[in-house]
Design a protein around this ligand. Structure first.
Ligand SMILES: [Zn+2]
Length: 161
């Protein structure tokens, strides 16, 4: 969770328009710390709005370019599908994590996946990665090995090893 969500009809979504795109404060520092501790940093994001025609690749690519100006990411993995597409990349499947691992020679068993939903936790477990759940009011029913208050605390946990 690096970008401020936009709430529509009571649900939180990623921003569709470039003018709504805001990087959350206090995310660049923790990601940088994790990277400086020797980890590669990869964003893996479900973007079903592309398949639904609500979002276009060009705007999303520009958002990710802006994000990477501030947050040091080694790769950005995008699943553009919905559940109905039956792809292998949409979280809770592990496709994006496995592809990133193959591309960047990442040791999944020595890796962490920080997320905020049950889909993130399941994708991590399916890939053999240790899940770290960011505590939110909407994920209280989700079980994970690690539940942390913020990305800052996640960085503390990951860099301690
Ligand atoms: Zn997909």
């Amino acid at each position: 969770m690096l970008v401020r969500p936009v709430v529509r009809n009571g649900y939180a979504y990623g921003p569709l328009a470039l003018e709504d795109f805001r990087i959350l404060p206090d995310v660049a520092g923790p990601v940088r710390r994790i990277r400086e501790a020797g980890y590669l940093t990869v964003l893996a994001t479900n973007q079903p709005g592309i398949s639904r025609g609500m979002r276009d690749w060009e705007t999303l690519s520009r958002m990710h370019a802006l994000l990477r100006e501030t947050v040091p990411l080694d790769a950005v993995m995008v699943c553009p599908h919905t559940d109905r597409d039956g792809c292998e990349c949409r979280k809770p499947k592990a496709g994006m994590l496995r592809e990133a691992a193959a591309r960047l020679s990442i040791d999944l068993a020595a890796s962490y996946f920080v997320g905020d939903t049950d889909r993130d936790v399941e994708a991590a477990l399916a890939a053999g990665v240790t899940p770290v759940l960011l505590d939110t009011d909407y994920n209280q029913g989700v079980t994970a090995a690690h539940r942390v208050a913020s990305l800052e605390v996640a960085a503390d946990l990951i860099t301690r090893r």
